[in-house]
Write a protein that binds this ligand. Structure first.
Ligand SMILES: [Zn+2]
Ligand SMILES: [Zn+2]
Length: 348
């Protein structure tokens, strides 16, 4: 007796790790693979880094986030389908998306070419579904090309942690040979030390405890300063004072304590974000020393391409722990624990 074959209609589905409401745990669900709209591109996601800023989506920290929402803004993958009006990308091309999820091209900042500060900028994984899924759709202007020899899992963290440290440093004003300190040997700092070394700076890595000393040297620091055992600002002054201190660890007290380590015209470059104040007296900034405190927000997709190309050229790579997409909840918890060394990456 012949068995009858049941023919189901073909609905292409994909696996998604989503947050159903602020504060909820990750749930793994199936969804229909989305179609790209005008000026959009569908990406087959190969890897997505887990960034601490994903807490924005997980806990609903920004107003107006629509749920369910898929976090993720460190995406590496392949162009899978082009929406109408997209001619600058090709099917099968390797691309990434970072925090900068798109810009309108029409606001005052965009008309001045300052896309990074677009008034209507969208954020990948916040304004629309990000990379914790097998396929995603992004605006064409949010994409960055990934160079040939960078693996997907290595490229992913470079699209947020990488671009942030690379871009902040290259706009810091420090010149080759200058003393540049990197505060924090973590997700951002371990990349910052590598970039600073490849930029030709004399690198002082500042960490808590002695256990990171060997690693910091291996990453390219010429000096390691244990901020628990010594006065880090004093140690920097013994070396002549830092031209730039890039503060990566989100710890305002630690940042405040470093300001006296800056030399004349020195700059505290803040990229670790916290809500409590940095404390500084006007005298610390003025008294014949002219110091600056500056914040820096990641960068545009063009900056991402610069970061990726520079990493390919110089061998800068993130240290990563990988998890399959279906273990997104566990992977996120690992990132939040602060114990990951140093970036957690989902692979598909
Ligand atoms: Zn990020
Ligand atoms: Zn704009």
């Amino acid at each position: 007796m012949a068995t009858m074959r049941v023919v189901k209609p073909e609905v292409a589905e994909m696996m998604v790790a989503q947050i159903s409401k602020p504060g909820a745990e990750f749930e793994i669900v199936k969804r229909e693979i989305p179609a790209p709209g005008p000026r959009q591109v569908r990406i087959k996601v190969k890897a997505c880094g887990i960034c601490h800023s994903d807490v924005v989506t997980k806990e609903g920290l920004f107003p107006g986030i629509q749920y369910p929402r898929v976090p993720g803004h460190e995406i590496a993958g392949l162009v899978d389908e082009l929406g109408p009006g997209v001619s600058e990308w090709k099917k099968g091309q390797r691309v990434g998306v970072g925090w900068h999820g798109g810009h309108d091209g029409t606001c005052r900042e965009c008309r001045r070419g300052d896309f990074r500060h677009c008034r209507n900028a969208t954020i990948c994984g916040v304004s629309y579904d990000g990379g914790y899924q097998q396929y995603m759709v992004a605006p064409a202007e949010a994409l960055a090309a990934i160079p040939e020899t960078l693996s997907d899992a290595d490229a992913a963290p470079l699209l947020c942690a990488g671009i942030t440290t690379y871009n902040a440093l290259r706009h810091s004003g420090a010149l080759p040979g200058d003393l540049v300190a990197v505060q924090g040997i973590g997700g951002l700092g371990h990349l910052g030390v590598q970039f600073a070394n490849k930029f030709g700076y004399k690198v002082a890595a500042i960490g808590r405890g002695s256990e990171n000393a060997a690693l910091a040297k291996k990453l390219g620091a010429s000096v390691y300063i244990d901020s628990q055992a010594t006065n880090a600002a004093g140690e920097l002054q013994k070396l002549g004072g830092a031209q730039v201190i890039m503060a990566t660890a989100p710890n305002s007290k630690a940042m405040s304590a470093l300001i006296d380590g800056l030399g004349p015209n020195g700059k505290l470059m803040v990229i670790g974000a916290t809500l409590d104040p940095i404390e500084v007296t006007p005298v610390q900034l003025v008294t014949p020393i002219s110091r600056t405190i500056q914040g820096w927000a990641a960068g545009t997709p063009a900056d991402s391409e610069d970061t990726l190309n520079f990493a390919e050229l110089t061998g800068v790579r993130p240290m990563i722990e990988t998890y399959p997409l279906e273990r997104a909840g566990e992977a996120y918890a690992r990132m939040m624990s602060g114990k990951a060394e140093f970036r957690v990456v989902l692979t598909m």
